[in-house]
Each structure stands twice: as C-alpha cells, then as structure tokens.
Design a protein around this ligand. Structure first.
Ligand SMILES: [Zn+2]
Length: 176
C-alpha cells in the first residue's frame, strides 16, 4: 500500500511541473493546472492505478508481485515515446487548447527516466521495439534523490507563486 502511494507520487512531479509551463495567466490556478495535473498522473493511473484500484476493491492483496502482464503492457504504452506520441497527438487534435497541459505527459516520462533503474519499471521509451532503457536510480531506493525531487518541485512551485503574486502588484496599483 505504501508502494502504491509512493508510486502515484512518481506521477505527481509530472502533474506539478506541467502547469509551470502552462501558466501564462495571472490567476493563481487555472483550468490548465488541473488539466496538466490529470495528464501528469495519467501514465501511472492508466496502468498501475487500474491494478491497485482493483487490488484494493477486491482485497486480493496481490501487491507489487502480483502485477499481471497486461498492466505492464499498459505501463509500456503510457511510458513509451510511441504511446505518448499517439496519446498527445490525439488529444491535441481533439482539443488544441490542451497542448500546454499535455506537456505534463513528456515531463512525467522525463522524470521517470532517471528515477527508475534496471528492472521491470525501467522506463520503456522505445517500446515496442525494445524494452531496454536508461538505467537510472530507483527513487524508492535512494531517499536523498526522492527528497531532492520534492524539494526542487517545492522551490519551483514557490518561484512560480512568487512570480505570479509580484506580477499582480502593478496591476492592482493601477486599478486603485
Ligand atoms: Zn510513471
């Protein structure tokens, strides 16, 4: 269960960082934030999320060892350049305004590549051609890395927040 929580966190960096690019507006939060958040967690939700939700509801207790091959296929689809390309292109075509929040998807994969080492969860960038990928460092095995990622996301977030608030200043003054 801890694993499931931690794993959804790997998804979060994508969701949190995405909106940073997506922000061109003065509102603190806009719809692109939530869209980017949803898209940022999608690659993990649409694969591992389905399995763990099922696991939890049925109480089968399969855990990390019981992940079926089909779930790995979904994981590869959402974590490969091919799957991402098709997904992003389709959504972009469906709604062009989604382009900015859609960038949360590549950001998610970029975050996953160095934080997943050799093994079943290595980011399968070139699937279905090969399952080989860059052997990074498993974030759940290197606590420092995990902390560093979250601290940098926090700092990035504060920077954005600071920029937005200071940006508002002159406008508010002008309105007085
Ligand atoms: Zn992922």
């Amino acid at each position: 269960m801890i694993g499931a929580v931690l794993c959804s966190r790997t998804g979060l960096p994508g969701g949190r960082r995405g909106p940073v690019d997506a922000r061109g507006r003065r509102k603190l939060l806009d719809w692109t934030f939530w869209a980017a958040f949803a898209i940022g967690v999608f690659p993990d939700l649409a694969s591992l999320g389905i399995y763990f939700a099922y696991d939890w509801i049925t109480g089968s207790g399969g855990g990390w060892r019981g992940i079926p091959e089909g779930i790995f296929t979904l994981y590869r689809m959402t974590h490969s350049l091919l799957g991402m390309g098709i997904g992003v292109a389709a959504l972009w075509w469906w709604k062009p305004r989604l382009l900015l929040p859609l960038m949360a998807w590549p950001v998610h994969i970029l975050c996953d590549v160095p934080t997943h080492g050799a093994g079943r969860f290595v980011t399968p960038l070139f699937w279905p051609v090969t399952l080989k990928g860059f052997h990074g460092w498993n974030w759940w095995e290197v606590p420092g890395l995990f902390a560093a990622i979250w601290i940098s996301i926090g700092l990035l977030w504060l920077t954005v927040l600071g920029m937005r608030l200071s940006w508002r200043g002159p406008k508010a003054k002008a309105a007085e």
